[in-house]
Write a protein that binds this ligand. Structure first.
Ligand SMILES: [Zn+2]
Ligand SMILES: [Zn+2]
Length: 308
């Protein structure tokens, strides 16, 4: 019963910091169901509207994860209003990657100990561990709020963290009603409530989740190294495209305070372009970037360490 309650209220779970790296199978049932839900595509079929909604939700939520969960909450690389902070925390929460405090706390810890024994998800412990074993373990179920003190003082963020399945459930229910409504007003679309739930929530979320997780696993393993950082981070063009700019991970470990991760014009960083747009609209400000001096000073011809 305790495990089932923890599916909905993450703080009802015991503090498992001492319980090691074993997987908490009862606790991760929702994670397994998330993947099984994709199989329902066999019954609901596919339509252009369902694919369009899945793609839109992928990009909107990937932006919330990369630009806000990562660059704002974890790295404070720009400033924004409390409303905008909350809005993107909600959109990020709909990506089903736990709450913003949990995400930012673990990520700050990653930067502090990248690729050492204390790194929560170094690929040195194996690809599967770095990709998903770490967050399925008992040890990493709870976040250390001492790592995110300036964020933990916002009660709305703490609630999002505590009831982290609430927003994903609301998204799935909304998609169901949108699908039923579309079918009612325009039957030619041939969609349905369940079809939009499967494509817009399950499939879109699973692809989004694993694309994000590849930054923890593959971006510390596959790609080139411009900077000789103390970790194994890599720059990877393909990962950067999939994750709207997060693939420039060696740049990011070199200068993590920068909201811009693609340091040169050819390093496509879509999240940063949208952040510039938000800055123009005065939705965000004090956007930190890397200076040309710092960018060029740290340049090392670390080709011998590349692993393509
Ligand atoms: Zn990293
Ligand atoms: Zn980071």
């Amino acid at each position: 019963m305790k495990a089932i309650r923890s599916w909905f209220d993450s703080q009802s779970h015991d503090d498992n910091k001492q319980q090691g790296d074993s997987v908490d199978w009862m606790r991760i049932v929702p994670f397994i169901l998330l993947h099984l839900g994709c199989i329902a595509v066999i019954w609901v079929g596919v339509t252009p509207i369902a694919i369009s909604i899945a793609i839109c939700l992928y990009f909107i939520r990937m932006f919330a994860i990369t630009a806000f969960y990562h660059r704002y909450f974890a790295h404070k690389s720009f400033k924004t209003s409390r409303f905008c902070q909350f809005l993107f925390a909600v959109i990020g929460a709909s990506a089903t990657q736990r709450g913003p405090l949990w995400w930012a706390a673990h990520h700050r810890y990653h930067h502090r100990h990248a690729d050492t024994d204390n790194d929560p998800h170094s690929p040195k412990r194996g690809f599967i561990w770095s990709h998903m074993g770490w967050f399925l373990s008992k040890k990493h179920f709870q976040a250390d709020y001492n790592l995110v003190p300036e964020l933990a003082r916002f009660p709305e963020l703490r609630y999002l963290d505590r009831f982290d399945v609430f927003v994903p459930i609301v998204l799935a229910i909304t998609l169901y009603f949108v699908g039923e409504w579309l079918n009612l007003i325009n039957p030619a679309l041939q969609t349905s409530g369940w079809q939009l739930v499967v494509w817009g929530y399950f499939i879109s979320t699973v692809v989004l989740l694993h694309a994000t997780l590849l930054i923890n696993s593959l971006a510390h393993h596959w790609g080139s190294r411009r900077y000789d950082t103390s970790d194994d981070s890599r720059n990877n063009f393909l990962l950067a495209l999939m994750t709207l700019g997060e693939g420039w991970h060696n740049n990011h470990h070199y200068h993590s305070a920068s909201a811009r991760q693609g340091f040169y014009w050819w390093e496509i960083d879509i999240s940063f372009y949208f952040l510039l747009l938000m800055k123009k609209c005065h939705l965000i400000w004090d956007v930190k970037t890397v200076s040309p001096e710092k960018r060029d000073r740290g340049f090392t011809n670390a080709k011998d360490k590349s692993c393509v």
